[in-house]
Design a protein around this ligand. Sequence first.
Ligand code: COA
Length: 430
Amino acid sequence: MTFQDEYKQKHITAEEAAAKVENYSTIVAAMAASEPPALLRALANRGPELQGVRVCTCLLMRNYDFMEEDMAGHILNESWFFGPWERKAFQNRTVTHLPNNLHEAGIKKAEKDSVDFFWGTATPMNQEGYFSLSLGVTYEKTMIQKASFTVLEINENLPWTHGDTRVHISEVDGIVENDEELVEMPPAEPSAAEERIGEHIANLVQDGATIQLGIGGIPNAIAQNLKDKKDLGVHTEMFTDGMVDLVEAGVITGEQKTLWPGKMVGTFALGTRRLYNFIHNNPSIEFQQGHVTNDPCVIGKNNGMVSINTALQVDLTGQVVSEWLEGQQFSGTGGQADTHRGAQRASGGLGIIALRSTAKKGKISTITSQHPAGAQITLGRQDVDVVVTEHGVAFLKGMSVRERVKRLIAIAHPDFRERLKWEADKFLLW
Ligand code: COA
């Protein structure tokens, strides 16, 4: 049988794939821009007749009916990372968070839980019977190994990417075709405060450094501010549009990288069509599985590694909250702890947490004396290295709580500094 015959034999509709799901089945779906929309919609359509099904996802890009209120008890979305849709559905009791460090997400799920189905997306098959998993291999390959039944949703809009992305037709049980447009996430225009943060961080990044840029609005401002640097490299979790700007500006060359020299390394891509065109068939882009890119020991092999992530709130002892807001899950740990810790293992490495000093149009200080009850800590104070706001840089590693309080108040918004000093007294922080 040729690979084309095998493809035809395995070709099914999304409805046929969803019909295989039974009560109490567990499905893992590929993450973010790699999510399989036809399969997830077909699952939602079957929702009312199913009981106790778990669908494990990560940063859904579309709203699916299986998160509606009337799906409680039928389908539960176990989410590694909340985006707008999961946040919106949280009150419906159809979504629960799955805490993890990204480098362990797939491996630990496979080790500790049952997985009946893996549903992913991939490019059309080549002559040798291979697909490319395209926009992400964070946990997807591990799940193909683990699941009893793997279905790939083939989309001709997906870029063919290099690295550890290939899957052979023989590893796949079902093929669904769906050429719908990919969801894009355009970078936001940086605010004045974010520009200032970008400038502070640019002063911390040396020529020849290897960078990781996290998710959120601030990383884009940072990329814009790195345009005068020379020979930067990338070892990241997420490929972004800002990195394309830096390649085109001749800033990212990877020439001084100590691990995968000359290559930009990451595990998933999320951005616009421009990014997806850039990574298509681009041999300088190396996708590696999340348990490789995000292993702190691997990250630490990049001399001069600088990890740059964003947070929502930091308390005066240095505890970082990046995933919890106003009493509920906001996003997830993702690779924040992996990359922040990994960078600090590197020779000359730096872990940076960046945040605007205020939120809600200046009414709230994001530097607080204490986090609210129930807030989930993303980075412990023992792990935190450097915190940056538009008001400056606080180096916290190696510093006592008393010293941290001083340094963090100095980068808080001036309107809140007196109040923070008063609270630091009250809680005996200094
Ligand atoms: N109190 C109240 N509201 C706050 C707040 C606070 N302390 N901090 C932020 N907000 C509000 C903002 O004003 C904004 O509201 P708006 O949408 O009405 O403008 C909203 O919350 C989102 O904040 P913002 O800073 O714009 O979020 P972001 O999209 O830039 O994402 C994180 C920031 C921290 C949520 C995101 O980086 C994250 O999830 N990080 C953890 C994972 C990670 O770092 N992975 C690393 C590798 S990819």
